[in-house]
Design a protein around this ligand. Structure first.
Ligand SMILES: Nc1nc2c(ncn2[C@@H]2O[C@H](COP(=O)(O)OP(=O)(O)O)[C@@H](O)[C@H]2O)c(=O)[nH]1
Ligand SMILES: [Mg+2]
Length: 198
């Protein structure tokens, strides 16, 4: 039986979250006409990724500070986070804010994608990598792999899929996706006390 887990994106606006989900899954999460017209994510979008023995549901969130409540709605209930940071922009306000939200939500597993790696040289990539390590020190992402990717050239996409699958197998092994237990006797349908009996 494949494992089913939910992955949520996180990170600053324009850092390449939606493009990365599209190149991973073929699905464009920016589906609203306003999102298409403005070229930004406003509401959460959904995609799915079949990795063989792992099936991932993906929630793509907006990075704009004005839509942080939608990010919060999307991130609530995810199993894993994919923190996205653009190599040409490094850590920005919503990188920090989204990481804080993920921490508050108690998310315990995730990966970091260093997106737009095609736009920078190796030295810049390394410097941004160091800034990222500093950012996530002491958090659930402290030891998370940082995977350079490019939605334009396809760099790192296979590596990202492999890392996602590996993480899902590890996480799924620790915490099997079992339904939350119901209190004794509450599993059966109870009469609604507000409905008058005839
Ligand atoms: N050069 C380059 N541009 C990218 C890459 N990923 C995204 N972009 C561009 O960055 C802009 C923002 O991307 P988007 O996926 O909407 O970012 P989001 O706001 O984080 O979802 C778009 O113009 C993309 O074409 C990448 O890997 N390389
Ligand atoms: Mg987006």
């Amino acid at each position: 039986m494949p494992r089913d887990l939910i992955l949520g994106t996180a990170g600053h606006i324009d850092h390449g979250k939606t493009s990365l989900v599209k190149v991973l899954t073929g699905i464009d999460c920016d589906r609203l006409p306003e999102e298409k017209a403005r070229g930004i994510t406003i509401d959460i979008g959904f995609a799915n990724l079949d990795l063989g023995d792992v099936r991932l549901g993906i929630v793509d969130v907006p990075g704009h500070e004005r839509f942080v409540k939608n990010m919060l709605a999307g991130a609530t209930g995810i199993d894993l986070a994919l923190l996205v940071v653009a190599a040409d922009d490094s850590v920005m306000p919503q990188t920090r804010e989204h990481l804080e939200i993920l921490k508050l939500l108690g998310i315990r597993n995730g990966l970091i994608a260093l997106t737009k790696a095609d736009l920078v040289d190796e030295t810049t990539r390394d410097v941004v990598g160091l800034e990222l390590r500093e950012l996530v020190r002491g958090s659930f992402l402290e030891d998370a792999p940082i995977i350079p990717t490019s939605a334009h050239t396809g760099l790192g996409i296979t590596e990202l899929k492999d890392a996602l699958r590996e993480m899902c197998l590890r996480v799924g092994g620790e915490e099997p996706n079992t339904p939350a237990p119901l209190p004794e006797g509450k599993g059966e349908r109870q009469p609604n006390p507000l409905t008058p009996s005839l």
